[in-house]
Design a protein around this ligand. Structure first.
Ligand code: IMP
Ligand code: MG
Length: 188
């Protein structure tokens, strides 16, 4: 069996590498403007593993003096349905008290994961916490939460690539695409 990615598994490309790059440059400029003159330190938190690509590109696009931190969270539930009860599998290494926190997340779906995480981070008394997600699926929202910064708003489709996975794979696709239903069927 070839180890090459089968790009035929992708029904359609939603956002190309170039489109993602352009959008992140714009998000970076927006964040730079909003945070250039804040009092106190800025911490950009990567939510592992899905946000890894977005985080790395966004951090450079922002051109702000900030700390880069990583947080691993696992939500009980399966790949396509989150329970919203999150467990920290890896915590950040620094205190966020009095600092400005920006959460970099891959996608906001039900919103349950982030709403839980926001409460948890708020208890650590940061100066502020904002959410910056690459993708938003507002049609699936189950809680009253919205991203402060968002790359693209997408319809209710299961997407992979640029950090987003299906069963742990396809995160390293350079673009964001919709997986073919036949790929799911094989897995079931
Ligand atoms: P929620 O907002 O709590 O429902 O969960 C968001 C998480 O679900 C994301 O961080 C992703 O890990 C996962 N997720 C939601 N939609 C997708 C998708 O279309 N593709 C891949 N992962 C997804
Ligand atoms: Mg995820």
């Amino acid at each position: 069996m070839s180890k090459l990615i089968n790009h035929d598994d992708i029904a359609k490309i939603l956002y190309t590498e170039e489109q993602i790059k352009e959008r992140i440059a714009a998000l970076g400029a927006e964040l730079r403007k909003d945070y250039a003159d804040v009092e106190g330190e800025i911490v950009l938190i990567c939510i592992l593993k899905g946000a890894v690509m977005f985080f790395a590109d966004l951090a450079r696009a922002m051109d702000l003096n900030l700390q880069m931190e990583f947080m691993g969270i696992s939500s009980y539930g399966n790949e396509q349905r989150t329970s919203g009860i999150v467990r920290i599998t890896k915590d950040i290494d620094t205190s966020i008290m009095g600092k400005h926190v920006i959460i970099a997340e891959d996608i906001m779906d039900s919103g349950l994961t982030l709403s839980h995480l926001m409460k948890l981070l708020a208890s650590r008394e940061p100066a502020s916490v904002k959410i910056c997600c690459l993708l938003d699926k507002p049609s699936r929202r189950e809680t009253d939460i919205a991203p402060d910064y968002c790359g693209f708003t997408i319809p209710n489709e299961f997407v992979v690539g640029y950090g987003l996975d299906y069963n742990g794979f396809l995160r390293n696709l350079p673009y964001v695409g919709v997986l073919k239903p036949s790929v799911y069927r094989i897995e079931e």
